[in-house]
Ligand binder design. Structure first.
Ligand code: NAD
Length: 415
């Protein structure tokens, strides 16, 4: 793997767009550097009685356009560098889709698969208490990400409320019973699917003959698979952290969902063959959808990637080095800051509903999500065609330009 850290890699994408926008070095410094970074210790008594100290982070990257917004990740490799890079991606994502938020991200370095529910509850409460002085409904609003879910958000909301009083708008992605929004759980996957379907429509292709390989079957991967299956796409492979399943005739995602509920794993799903995560990424397919972790397509495997389209459902799944090679091979890449924006768009709807103590219907949520994400995609496509640049560069240019504009209006930049 390259010597670059994740934040160096995200900043490589940033710099390419900043050069197009002719941004000077001071402006680049203002936009690249997080406005605030917080590292906290999280001491927890484990179920065994042993004391363990976990590390937690919250990086507030930029709030020129609105309160900080971004998920909280529980993962063994979550560190300040990764969290900073993800916070930066949130800034460009919220700007690209024009919702009134800045960018932030949080993380706790832990393996949620090895922790009991009571341990996770304690970690979440202590983490929330320790970062609560920089959170706020008009300041910074967390959400779920890798390794966290609606239950985690319910614990965060409760822990925050113990000090500050009932505040449902402090997190998004909560259970609907606690003020969450209908459609939030499926929103990121729905957004990925809407872009997939738009490309299929633009290309006028027969979806029943269009093959998809999806890495990850958590929140984003499984919902993407669910919507794509309903539309008639053929999902030939899907995976989790332990490996994947493959079927050349297509996997029935309704049955897989039931199987997953019963078995808590996708392994040994009937009428499918096992496949490793590495082999899944190298399958011959029309669309490859990484929906798990960062940097899975890199200089080691890029030569073996055999797809025409990659939709980045995960954040930063392709290193800049691999990105260049794929573009040379004419692979079309729908970048993370557009592809997975459905989650933060519906988080914005949830936050708005909490502020006004109002409830929207699922139909309204889906329609407004579709309008926003397809409009952003249209802008990306138009700039990409006009300037003959890849979608990623176009998306970064559009997002960064909006943050520059807001920074000028606030008086951070003189010219
Ligand atoms: P999740 O925890 O619900 O699911 C993650 C999936 O990836 C699981 O199937 C897990 O088994 C698998 N996985 C974990 N480690 C792996 C590894 N080393 N190799 C292969 N597979 C592995 O997480 P999620 O919420 O679906 O998030 C997935 C990606 O989407 C992340 O990059 C996240 O930042 C991004 N994302 C999530 C949201 C959201 O709303 N949840 C929004 C935007 C972006």
């Amino acid at each position: 793997m390259s010597e670059l850290t994740t934040i160096d890699e995200v900043n490589e994408f940033f710099d390419s767009a900043a050069t197009f926008l002719k941004l000077d070095s001071g402006t680049r410094d203002l936009l690249k550097n997080p406005w605030r970074e917080l590292k906290v210790s999280i001491p927890i008594t484990m179920d065994s009685g042993e004391l363990k100290v976990f590390s937690g982070y919250r990086v507030q990257h930029n709030a020129a356009r609105g309160p900080y917004k971004g998920g909280v990740r529980y993962h063994p490799e979550a560190d300040i560098n990764e969290v900073e890079s993800l916070a930066s991606l949130m800034t460009w994502k919220t700007a690209l889709v024009e919702i009134p938020f800045g960018g932030a991200k949080g993380g706790v370095q832990c393996n949620p698969l090895e922790l009991s529910n009571t341990e996770l509850n304690r970690i979440t409460r202590r983490y929330t208490h320790n970062i609560s002085h920089i959170l706020g409904v008009n300041r910074d609003i967390p959400a779920p990400d890798l390794g966290t879910n609606a239950q985690t958000m319910a614990w965060m909301m409760d822990a925050y409320g113990q000090t500050y009083g009932y505040t449902p708008g402090i997190v998004t992605g909560k259970p609907v019973q606690l003020g969450g929004s209908v459609g939030r759980e499926s929103a990121t996957g729905l957004g990925v699917f809407l872009l997939l379907d738009q490309i299929a429509t633009d290309l006028n292709i027969d979806v029943s003959k269009t093959t998809l390989a999806i890495q990850g079957s958590g929140n984003v991967g499984l919902w993407t698979a669910f919507f794509a299956f309903k539309r008639g796409f053929k999902i030939i492979a899907i995976s989790d952290v332990n490996g994947g399943i493959y079927s050349s005739s297509g996997i029935n995602i309704d049955e897989l969902k039931n199987y997953l509920n019963e078995n808590k794993s996708i392994q040994n799903f009937p009428d499918s063959d096992p496949i490793t995560n590495a082999d899944l990424l190298e399958l011959e397919c029309d669309f490859l959808i990484p929906a798990a972790i960062d940097r899975v397509i890199n200089e080691k495997n890029v030569a073996n990637i055999k797809t025409n389209y990659i939709i980045e459902a995960a954040n930063h799944p392709i290193t800049p080095e691999a990105d260049k090679i794929l573009l040379d091979k004419n692979v079309t890449i729908v970048p993370d800051i557009l592809a997975n924006a459905g989650g933060v768009i519906v988080s914005y709807f949830e936050w708005t509903q909490n502020l006004y103590q109002h409830k929207w219907t699922e139909e309204r949520i889906s329609n407004e999500l579709q309008t926003i994400i397809i409009n952003a995609f249209t802008q990306v496509k138009e700039l990409s065609y006009k300037e003959n640049i890849p979608y990623r560069k176009a998306a970064f240019i559009l997002g960064i330009a909006k943050v520059v504009e807001a920074s000028k209006l606030r008086g951070f930049l003189d010219k």
